[in-house]
Design a binder for this molecule. Structure first.
Ligand SMILES: [Zn+2]
Length: 360
């Protein structure tokens, strides 16, 4: 076991690489291409600053700091891009994106797909686009490394003492550093909300139970996918909570949401999420959030890399909408976050107690 831990430490030392960047060329077809060299690789996609994209096709737009959206005029009408939204709004209709636009290094960036799929139609001009960087060059992790780490996301032996208590908790506050996550009312950044909530939950858990709580980050810095899994691999960790917050065009949309992996392992076999412990944990958290007056829209299944594999009870909690005044008020105040953290703690506790009752 010690040997395995040492190997893991070495993995993480190697994986702590700097931010990957790429270079692309873009221009209206037939014109000499402009080089855009500040392109980021995240979530398996290249992200280009919207201002650089528009400048390369001789257009420009502007950031609306009140509504927190970016606008530019096109022959199709006014185009509105919102950080954290899965859609681009074009003259009242919506066009889907495979990845959400986001702030990286203080600039709003769109996925490469926006340039290749939507831009030519929006500006009614064919474009020349070429990415000079290969995926291999920007992949932060050596192929297979994450797979190996996922495979280790297994629940350790149950506590030998029969006390129904959590032995250790892993928390992954979303985003960090140049990756701000979504931006909400008053410019609040998702990365701040996720970290502040994680800290409060860690404090409650340590105070009440005196057990270790491991965070994937305890400050404002970027974290690689492998580093996000690191705390979950520690001995005696009984659960992993991943904390995020959302944004929407529709300011009336509110509430928390819970996400679990669609399948997990049980005694060496894959079982549907419905029968797994992550789902049980999600249900307990949903109950405790609602008992605390925090509405939830439901429990969803998604094959997100952040959720890993294996059978460690893992739930991604979308804490609420930063674009909704009620959720926002809860997420930006200490008192509000205290309520959320307490509810998450209660959900965990109820889950652990029921787990122990189930054990022979
Ligand atoms: Zn997020």
């Amino acid at each position: 076991m010690r040997y395995v831990q040492l190997i893991l430490l070495l993995f993480f030392a190697v994986l702590t690489s700097s931010v990957a960047q790429a270079v692309v060329e873009l221009a209206p077809e037939g014109q000499s291409p402009k080089v855009i060299d500040e392109v980021y690789w995240q979530d398996q996609t290249f992200f280009v600053a919207i201002e650089d994209v528009l400048a390369a096709v001789d257009r420009s737009g502007e950031w609306d700091s009140v509504k927190h959206v970016y606008r530019f005029d096109s022959p199709r009408g006014s185009v509105v891009i919102a950080p954290g939204s899965q859609f681009v709004k074009v003259d009242g209709s919506y066009r889907p994106l495979n990845r959400k636009p986001r702030f990286i290094d203080n600039r709003l960036r769109v996925p490469e797909e926006f340039v290749t799929r939507h831009l030519p139609d929006l500006i009614r001009t064919p474009i020349y686009y070429r990415n000079l960087t290969s995926r291999e060059e920007v992949e932060e992790e050596e192929p297979g490394t994450l797979d190996r780490l996922f495979a280790m996301l297994l629940r350790r032996e149950a506590s030998s003492s029969n006390s129904a208590r959590l032995r250790a908790l892993a928390l992954d506050p979303g985003h960090g550093g140049f990756d701000t996550g979504t931006i909400g009312l008053d410019g609040v950044q998702e990365k701040e909300v996720a970290l502040a909530t994680a800290r409060q939950l860690a404090k409650i858990t340590k105070m009440r139970l005196g057990v270790p709580v491991y965070l994937s980050r305890d400050g404002d810095y970027a974290v690689t996918p492998a580093q996000r899994l690191e705390p979950a691999l520690k001995e005696e960790v009984d659960a992993l909570l991943i904390l995020h917050a959302q944004a929407s065009w529709d300011v009336s949309v509110d509430g928390a949401a819970l996400i679990v992996r669609p399948q997990e392992e049980f005694e060496g076999e894959r079982i549907d999420a419905e029968r797994g412990d992550s789902m049980r944990l999600a249900r307990h958290i949903q109950q405790s959030l609602e008992a605390a007056g925090i509405e939830t829209s439901g429990i969803y299944q998604a094959a997100l890399p952040a959720l890993g594999r294996g059978n460690l009870p893992t739930v991604l909690v979308e804490l609420g909408y930063l674009t909704n005044t009620k959720d926002h008020a809860r997420l930006v105040t200490d008192a509000g976050r205290e309520t959320i953290a307490q509810a998450l703690y209660d959900g965990l506790q109820n889950f652990i107690r029921k787990t122990e009752e189930k054990a022979p």
